[in-house]
Design a protein around this ligand. Structure first.
Ligand SMILES: [Zn+2]
Length: 341
């Protein structure tokens, strides 16, 4: 059962049995109580693969997949080291609705120095444990906050990152933006991808995470799982400028600096024509937005135009990672965009 490793300070549960993990995922999380490592011994005990999930407490598909997988009594081909992160946030009522713990920081922005605060300490201890295990690969399972097809994200692309993505889905986004995420911290150590399994409330996302996890855990060699994926290189991250507000409605909302249609997440991954209206800007005009490339430059005027308050595309573009969650849009990011060249 649980014991706390004196170096890592993160509890580690060795070989949990189907009976021990509880009948529901909520029981499972209550048993864990805090960020925890699970160690699932493989048929081949000389190799290890890593899985991380629930870095965001409102993104349950990965932990649901893990719980289901353990309950089924399956044994992985190689050792699986599984990290389950923001359990406190996930269990804050209502279940799976909080990205971070109240008053807490976004854990998946804390994987870089200074490792400060509770989340920073957890992130640092997690990295320490991963380095001890030296996994062949790391999959970090997330959900999108809006509706979206599943996709992978990597900060360092290569054949293995495409293979890892192909285990789950067929789109991979390569980004050079630095935010303090887990994948940035381990990109040089072993192939790492973030998998966004699809919408947090979509049962299809749970199923996709479960099927991918199963393939990842049972494969003799990950390279056997190679499948074609479409790679999008370096999309532009579009944020609101500090102090600007967003609303979601079918017509411009008075006072909002940006209004997007409530079904804007339906545009995820589709190619949109130039002059396509994305929404409406308010008093700040285009200045409400910050379209950021890897160097932090603002590319607003290269991507968008404004006509009579309408926010339009200058070039045919692909929209990705669109959220319709106002809180996430204001604190993190509105969407990513890749002009089609
Ligand atoms: Zn996430």
């Amino acid at each position: 059962m649980n014991h706390t490793d004196s170096i890592s300070m993160i509890p580690r549960w060795e070989a949990p049995t189907p009976e021990e993990v509880g009948s529901t995922v909520e029981d499972f999380l209550v048993k864990l109580g805090e960020p925890t490592f699970l160690w699932l011994p493989g048929l081949d005990g000389t190799r290890t693969r890593a899985v991380s999930t629930l870095l965001h407490g409102n993104e349950p598909s990965g932990v649901r997949a893990l719980h289901r997988w353990i309950k089924e009594g399956q044994q992985p081909q190689v050792n699986l080291l599984c990290f389950i992160g923001s359990i406190g946030a996930a269990l804050t009522d209502p279940l799976f609705s909080h990205r971070c713990a109240p008053e807490g920081k976004d854990l998946n922005r804390c994987f870089r120095s200074p490792f400060e605060g509770r989340e920073g300490i957890v992130a640092q201890a997690m990295l320490h444990e991963l380095h001890r295990a030296q996994p062949e690969a790391l999959i970090d399972l997330h959900n999108t906050s809006g509706r979206s097809p599943a996709y992978g994200v990597t900060t360092l692309n290569g054949m293995m990152q495409e293979t890892l993505t192909g285990i789950f889905c067929d789109h991979l986004i390569v980004t050079d933006l630095r935010l303090g995420t887990l994948m940035e911290a381990t990109e040089q150590a072993w192939p790492t991808v973030t998998i966004e399994a699809g919408g947090a409330k979509d049962p299809k996302a749970d199923d996709l995470a479960y099927r991918g996890l199963t393939r990842y855990a049972h494969a003799m060699h990950l390279s056997d799982l190679s499948a074609p994926v479409t790679v999008a290189q370096h999309p532009i991250r579009v944020e609101l400028q500090k102090g600007a507000t967003v609303a979601y409605d079918h017509a411009p909302v008075p006072g909002a600096d940006l209004t997007l249609p409530p079904d804007v997440d339906g545009l995820n991954f589709g190619i949109l024509p130039s002059h396509k209206r994305l929404g409406w800007v308010g008093a700040w005009g285009l200045e409400a937005l910050w379209a950021k490339d890897g160097t932090g430059r603002n590319l607003n005027s290269n991507i968008f135009s404004v006509h009579h308050g309408e926010l339009r595309l200058l070039h045919p573009s692909r929209l990705m990672m669109v959220t319709t969650n106002q809180e996430i849009a204001q604190s993190d990011c509105l969407f990513y965009i890749l002009p089609d060249s």
